[in-house]
Design a protein around this ligand. Structure first.
Ligand code: Q46
Ligand code: ZN
Length: 315
């Protein structure tokens, strides 16, 4: 097998692109693909300060690596979720990556404020990923504001986007379909744009890039991912991709080009930007934003529990 680009022996075959590459040409291909997504979707420019949300996994660290090596101004942000050894190892990978490359990293640990994911789940009985999603959105937005960033970049890859699109279509989640885009514009002056530079880059390609660049990332999945329907959708899409390479890329790209527009609400119907949260000062549609409502629910339920287990007061 020869490299499609330079005809030297190839190291990796990409059926979806009907190509094979040697190491140097694969890295060139990968970086150019990410650069094209950034430029084509007008995600950010050279002068932007980019908050890269890093989990410690291959996708977000590969994204940080590409952006930093392309000379973009980045600051990593890691939210330590407090999910036992998994979170500990994830944080260590982010810290060692930042140190090795001399990059700025900001870490916020949920456990420091009594909000670790397992505690929230046990107090509220909410599904872990739903609580986690609310919390991540809040801290990413707050970190971008605090660290003076113009844009938040996440490591969602093609497989993530295809699985999410399939789930949204299967359940006709029209509001989610309207917001499934590589660039989400802010709806409030305290928010910044959110972008996904890897949205057309497959999980296999990102893993290959991370391997070739010797990025030390956390391989294990979050224990809460087990059983998530997202994984079933990924398995179905893998089967389709196997029989018809390029299916995932076509599904996602064609949706963005042709389908997405059909779900957009007319400007007159778009939700207004709401007010300010009485708890944290971030934008909110009610008195409290969804993060502060969750925090209040946790506090309330923990207080109730403490009261019910305290021994009766006797004179
Ligand atoms: S980290 Fe959080 Fe994921 Fe773990 S609890 Fe669920 S949402 S699975 S990307
Ligand atoms: Zn709030």
């Amino acid at each position: 097998m020869k490299c499609t680009r330079c005809k030297e022996p190839a190291e990796v075959k990409l059926r979806a692109h009907n190509s094979a590459f040697c190491r140097a040409c694969f890295l060139f291909f990968f970086e150019r693909r990410v650069a094209r997504a950034i430029d084509h979707e007008k995600m950010f420019v050279r002068s932007s300060r980019i908050l890269v949300a890093v989990s410690g996994g291959k996708d977000s660290l590969a994204l940080w690596d590409v952006l930093a090596s392309e000379g973009y101004q980045t600051v990593g942000f890691h939210l330590a979720l407090g999910i036992g050894g998994y979170s500990q190892r994830s944080r260590e990978r982010c810290e060692s990556f930042a140190e090795k490359h001399g990059l700025e990293l900001s870490v916020h640990a949920l456990a420091d404020e009594g909000l670790a994911i397992p505690e929230i789940v046990s107090a509220t009985r909410r599904p872990a990923c739903s609580a986690c999603g609310t919390i991540k959105r809040h801290y990413f937005d707050a970190a971008a504001l605090e660290l003076g960033c113009d844009v938040i970049a996440t490591g969602h890859n093609l497989d993530d986007e295809a699985a999410r699109l399939l789930g949204n279509v299967l359940h006709w989640q029209t509001e989610y379909l309207a917001r499934q885009k590589p660039v989400i514009q802010p709806r409030h002056e305290k928010f910044v744009r959110k972008v996904k530079p890897l949205y057309l880059t497959s999980e296999f390609e990102t893993a290959t890039y991370a391997f070739m660049k010797r990025i030390d990332y956390v391989v294990e999945e979050c224990p809460n991912a087990v059983g998530a329907s997202q994984l079933d959708y990924k398995a179905v899409l893998d089967r389709l991709e196997n029989t018809s390479p390029g299916t995932k890329a076509g599904f996602v790209r064609d949706f963005m080009v042709r389908g997405s527009r059909a779900f957009e609400a007319p400007a007159t119907e778009r939700a207004d930007t709401g007010g300010t949260c009485a708890g944290c000062g971030m934008p909110a549609f009610g008195t409290l934003c969804s993060f502060c409502s969750l925090r209040a629910e946790v506090d309330r339920k923990l207080a109730l529990r403490t009261r019910s287990v305290s021994p009766a007061v006797t004179e």
